[in-house]
Design a protein around this ligand. Sequence first.
Ligand code: PLP
Length: 454
Amino acid sequence: MDGMSMSALPQWHFSSPQGLANYEAACRHYPAQAIVDLVALRDNMRHLVQVSHEASDAEVMGVVKGDAYGHGLIPTALAALAGGATWLGTAQSREALMLRRAGIGPERCRVLTWMYNGTKAPFEELIENDIDIAVGSIDGIEALAQAARRLGRAARVHVKVDSGFGRNGFTPEGFGPALKRLVELSSQGVLEIVGQWSHLAVADAPDIPQFVDVTEGQIAQFNTFTAMMREAGIAPKIRHLANTAATLSRPEIHFELTRPGIGLYGYEPDPAMGTPSRYHLRPAMTLQAQLGTVKKVEAGHGISYGRTYVTAHETSTAIVPIGYADGIHRSASGFDTPSARHTDKLGGPVRVMTAQGPRIMHVSGRVCMDQFVLDLQGDAESMGVREGDTVELFGPGRGEEFLEPTADDWARAAETISYEIFTCLRTRIPRLYLGAFEVLDEHDRAMLDPSTLL
Ligand SMILES: *Cc1c(COP(=O)(O)O)cnc(C)c1O
């Protein structure tokens, strides 16, 4: 370790010298990396599949919307399939098409999309690519039917019903006319009615009685919609309602298909439900960065815009070279100054390796566009902290002594949810993948950018 500080060496197990070379190239290219463990993604999916099978024999859709919650669409999709998912779900239809174009064909899994402009969507392309389409409006039904007619091929449809979420889908009042059109178009062979589905508003709060009542109400409403479809002669073959929270806690509503998202990435839907390990889940993403300037500063030194943080003692500061242009929330700024403007708000946590072991430092002052500052609360030299050291913003949360923040900790600091923490990370932060050689066969690996494989 001569001449090297504690954090200069990567902690990762590389699959080969090429993996290490890829890592080093990525570090030269950008001073932060999001490292995604495909083994964790596969194992999380396996667990969710097992839970779904045990309780109800339901199939599982890996929800990979939002670039797979920021983890990378194609690598995550492949890991989810390796873990036993037989469906993939994206909100935007563009992402559904990207899955098919990457080579994930209909023989491997069904793909469902539910977000598009109902008058201008690429319906023909979606039908040609064997993508299932959600409909929740009469306009959408008509536009989709026209596309199916032009192609001479039935569109596979999942009827979205609003069971109480108040977002997309038919309300009970609006369902009559829609049902009539669906029956006509189905009997003409224009639409194939495959599914009926809805989304839950508060399934992540199983301990709050009012919310449990709301979920019960949504389930009752969902069943009413099913009865109406059956009576009209277009009984849905596949019903789906369960997100991660309901997949884990409400086996009675798995129906024929569950739709977990956050669980695939290794997080529980709400920290009030406990930590990921309680649900046998392991966070897949680690966000790390290499320190910029490390220097000594005097007591009473203002840090960053607005002087919202003033150093209490003589100390050292370190630059973390990513900011809100990378998706680091400005709301995770830290105002833990003992000055008169003290608001006692700890900034986002960062794990820094020192000569005395790992320490958690916090964002000090405001997060800027491309950087933020850490007050190291001591002398960098005696702590053995230097420019170029790798620090960790969040990771799987390995044990007490490891002192590793998770995206839940960042969510708390930024007053948001873990979903937003990793979904906001810009693609300019390279995504690097661990475990590709363990999880994916050669055919699947060929779909990935080889320079991203560790
Ligand atoms: C995002 C989403 C899910 C997955 O929700 P999680 O809480 O991440 O499990 C399921 N269904 C729909 C419609 C969604 O938009």
